[in-house]
Write a protein that binds this ligand. Structure first.
Ligand code: ATP
Ligand code: MG
Length: 259
């Protein structure tokens, strides 16, 4: 069962310096949300708070009924963070327990196209391969919530599109609630039901788009370019108010947009 993610007035400060918030959002169960924004605006901080890796300075995050175990949340870090002494298969199976472990690892490796690399050590992998192992490790326990921090940034454009297709396929099968950080507008439009544009620091929501593009998207369609143009404008700080779908507190959101 997928879970809704409810973020209420979330703030994060480091040593008194505000880096995130206030952010209030409800991410519907079983959807893919992309978070896009300039470097340093607080995307990773937000994701780390969602994953319980960072404690919020203020506000509240509720996932599902609030009783989700940490292992039910899959997290792909911005850098692969593999254990150098474990081979690909053992890295992939690290968070998995029980009789189905072998099968779960085999499936996850197949999804990321690394079945043949199962016995290699991290030092024998390219950057893109290491990133795919990190994705396989997050997928293997079949999490209800999957948090992905630029998971495909080290991949070549072809492999990247292939992995995006795999992720969509996976989502269609398992239906986890996914949050994906990306700098790539095409990727956000290809994968996400909803795109949150973050500006900062401190990171706040500057745009909330729901592209109605049928999946798999046609990247050469006029509608695709239209959405890309809107996104570009938002990222450049030109607020295109008519195209925004404001969240549950429209007045507050409008105030925030006056930047
Ligand atoms: N542990 C930390 N201690 C102090 N400041 C931090 C810490 N982690 C992040 N920051 C600061 O918080 C801000 C947001 O960082 P964050 O990593 O969330 O950005 P980001 O949007 O993910 O950037 P990028 O696109 O480059 O990955 C930055 O100004 C960063 O310097
Ligand atoms: Mg980051």
């Amino acid at each position: 069962m997928a879970h809704e993610i409810h973020i209420d007035e979330l703030r994060k400060t480091y040593g008194g310096k505000p880096v995130l918030g206030p952010v209030s959002l409800t991410l519907e169960a079983g959807t893919i949300t992309a978070i896009i924004g300039r470097s340093g605006c607080g995307k990773t901080t937000l994701l780390r708070c969602l994953g319980g890796l960072e404690e919020a300075s203020a506000g509240r995050i509720t996932i599902g009924d609030g009783r989700l175990a940490r292992r039910e949340i899959g997290y792909v870090f911005q850098e692969p963070r593999l254990m150098p002494w474990l081979n690909v298969a053992r890295n992939t199976g690290f968070g998995v327990e029980g009789a189905t472990k072998r099968q779960a690892v085999a499936e996850a490796l197949e999804i990321v196209g690394l079945t043949a690399a199962a016995s290699l050590l991290p030092k024998q992998l390219s950057g893109g391969m290491a990133q795919r192992v990190a994705l396989a490790r997050a997928l293997a326990p079949r999490p209800e919530v999957l948090l992905l921090d630029e998971p495909f940034s080290a991949l070549d454009p072809f492999s990247r599109e292939q992995m995006q297709e795999h992720l969509l396929h996976l989502h269609a099968h398992y239906g986890a609630t996914m949050v994906l950080i990306t700098h790539d507008m095409d990727e956000a439009l290809a994968l996400a039901h909803r795109i949150i544009v973050l500006t900062g620091p401190p990171g706040i929501v500057a745009g909330d788009l729901r592209p109605d593009l049928p999946k798999p998207v046609d990247r050469s369609a006029l509608a695709f370019f239209e959405w890309k143009r809107r996104l570009t404008r938002l990222l450049a700080g030109q607020v295109d108010d008519s195209q925004l779908v404001l969240d549950e507190k429209p007045d507050l959101a409008r105030q925030r947009l006056a930047i």
